[in-house]
Design a protein around this ligand. Sequence first.
Ligand SMILES: [Zn+2]
Ligand SMILES: [Zn+2]
Length: 449
Amino acid sequence: MTTNTPQKKSDPHRVSIDIFIEHAQEGDYITLPFEMPPGMEMLHLSYAYARYAHPETQTESGLFTGRVGVNIIDLGLIGPDGEQVGASGSDKRDISISETWATPGYRAVPLAPGTWQILIGAYQVAPQGVRVTYELEFTPKAMRLLKGDLHTHTLASDGILTLEELGQHARRHGLDFLAITDHNQMISKDALPAIPGLTMIPGVEWSHYLGHANFVGVDRPFDGPYFTNNLEETQKVFTTARERGALITLNHPFEESCPFAFDMDALPFDVLEVWNGPMRESNLRAMALWQGLLAGGKKVPICGGSDYHRDRLFQILGGPTMCVYAQSSGMTDILAAVRGGRGFITFSPEGPLLNMWCGEALMGDSLDFKVGQSLSLDFKGLQQGDVVKAITPEAIVDIFTAPTAGEYRCEVPVTAPGFMRVEVWRVFLPGIPPLPALLSNPIYFDQAA
Ligand SMILES: [Zn+2]
Ligand SMILES: [Zn+2]
């Protein structure tokens, strides 16, 4: 018979489970359930038992202590869907699992709440049985600022770097996440290299003569070949991508060589790419389009991406950088933050950076408009002469000009329902007019019913 003590509840993020295995169970596989709490980023599991006995042998010359293996207990892990997360025989005494990284032998998977199971392989059990202790440690998710690039190309289309080279390049540039979006080339998450500190995200840039869109976060956003010859076929591609959970971004809507000529209202999408590669006329037009959508009452989040192919004078990886406030560094949380407008686009991984809130509401959130509300802004990495502007449905107001480089905090009153968002404009080169260095998503102030 197998007995195990109840899970200790004193620290909700640490759980210890004891199990006694009888010699008669040798050769059995036993599963031991445990509950994964919601909102966890990392699971660390370790286990301990008496692996060896140390028999003493008395001889004429003295006492000798030997070491003989008496117990071998194998480890595996099963997710709440009943699928094997991994198995490691008796080789590893502790393992870690998260969506971005797992101990080799285990899959990096989101820690879905529910009943998970430890797989116990009772390979060898001593005549007197063995007690095995499992220690589980759960690390909760916590909000953090992550920097990434949502639009990049590799050798698989018209870029020049391999996946591995691009990933390493992204890490050197200080990016935390990177979406791979080759033209009409899907890539599976399993094919992406594991680069410590970098969340690589599968994607595809669906590229049609009438417009480009990124489908991000799923291996196979649509079936069959990419081409479409009418709106109905195009809608089928987009609706399939949405059903499968892809983040859909409409790319560079006014790019001269490939503008977005489809009817935007006829296709489902999540985010508008208003900043593609170096800031230029086509991006300024995309920003104006976005402002029009917002002023018309649509809550459309924005994204930016470098559209990186190779290092060129004005094209660098992370230029611009998409910054998001995400609950973890897992792909699911990063894409949820992008989809929720919980972030801003900035000139480069070095910034400038922004935190913006109104009470509990962050960028992307909606709250009821009330007289007396104000927007809190917290900037890092402003340069001397940077101009901070607040934008509402009706007006663009200069809030301040940074007198010196550094960090700035300020409060801006919210005077009417609608939305408020922020732009930072910078003179990048003497003699050239200022251009955006940062674009925030809005906080929405709904007219209370
Ligand atoms: Zn494109
Ligand atoms: Zn592209």
